[in-house]
Design a binder for this molecule. Structure first.
Ligand code: 0X9
Ligand code: ZN
Length: 305
């Protein structure tokens, strides 16, 4: 519906989370995993299909970076699609029957709010930094993966400030703790960003090649090929360091090293014409592209489990 073809304020998104749970109480649970530095709740939606056998799970987070509005829009798009097409579309039905899906719609609520009220181009969270008047740390430089080496900044005034120490930020800590406490079930980690149209996998924090490089390379290659065929949009793919740039402290690398061997970052549309200011009319196609890639990867993981 037209609701999913717009960007939504943080208040709207909180309202939507609650409404989604109420309207689909059979398939949806809401889990509070922590709170932001300005004390906003971090809610994860848990989607489940048939609940007979012991299940694996996948994780999707959106909106680590405040200004990347298409990312929360994708999380909402995905939830709506999954609930609408469960038992209609065989792929999403297969996925939900074999995996619970945990969705963190806005990982950085304080920053997201700030992009709606004050500075549309804000990236970081909004925590105060000691001995500095500058606010915020880059949550995708704050995870414990070659933390604060080349590709991150130790200056609190920079957009890629890594924070005081790994997991210094409450948003980072909430996600890392949740995944640590679900180590046995979560087999696939997915983080949604924009922009530049890329399907990335580890490592970004070094040029080392991961042990299952070929397998992950083949699966993102397939996703990229199908996106091109269906939507005529080009997505680059490969390990982060080689494909985009060297950047330590990212969630995908941390999740990978922690043991989630299927770990990906998507950079959605576009390639810079509108950049972070992607017009709402692009939401359906951008989200459908990412949805296609998500399905291909999830089905691959299910086949391999
Ligand atoms: O730099 C980032 O965090 C991501 N690009 S963005 O333009 N959305 O900021 C890329 C993340 C790739 N993965 C890691 N760096 N771990
Ligand atoms: Zn980003």
């Amino acid at each position: 519906g037209v609701f999913y073809e717009r960007y939504h304020s943080l208040e709207d998104i909180y309202y939507w989370i609650n409404k989604t749970k109420q309207d689909h109480s059979d398939m949806v649970k809401v889990i509070l995993i922590g709170s932001s530095s300005e004390k906003r709740p971090l809610y994860v939606l848990k989607l489940s299909g048939r609940r007979d056998e012991v299940k694996r799970a996948m994780w999707i987070d959106c909106g680590i970076h405040a200004r990347e509005w298409i990312a929360p829009a994708f999380c909402m798009w995905f939830v709506n699609y999954a609930l609408a097409f469960y038992n209609q579309n065989t792929e999403i039905t297969d996925i939900l029957n074999n995996m619970d899906v945990y969705i963190l719609t806005v990982m950085n609520p304080d920053g997201y709010k700030y992009t709606w009220t004050t500075d549309r181009m804000w990236r970081k969270n909004r925590s105060s930094n000691k001995d500095s008047d500058c606010f915020g740390a880059d949550l995708n430089r704050n995870f414990d993966a070659n933390w604060c080496t080349k590709g991150a900044s130790d200056n609190p005034c920079d957009p890629t400030y890594c924070g005081q120490f790994p997991e210094s930020e409450p948003e980072t800590q909430a996600v890392a703790r949740f995944l640590r406490s679900h180590k046995d079930t979560v087999k696939l980690y997915l983080s949604i960003h924009s922009y530049s149209q890329m399907l990335l996998f580890p490592y970004s924090c070094s040029y080392d090649e991961i042990p299952n490089h070929n397998e992950l390379f083949e699966v993102v290659k397939e996703a990229s090929t199908k996106i091109r065929r269906y939507y005529r949009t080009n997505y680059k793919y490969g390990p982060g360091a080689k494909t985009i740039y060297l950047a330590p402290g990212g969630s995908d690398d941390w999740a990978y090293n922690f043991g989630i061997k299927y770990s990906f970052t998507f950079e959605l549309q576009d390639r810079g014409r509108y950049g972070f200011l992607l017009p709402p009319s692009f939401i359906p196609q951008a989200c459908n592209e990412a949805l296609l890639a998500t399905k291909i990867i999830a089905l691959h993981v299910i086949k391999k489990l």
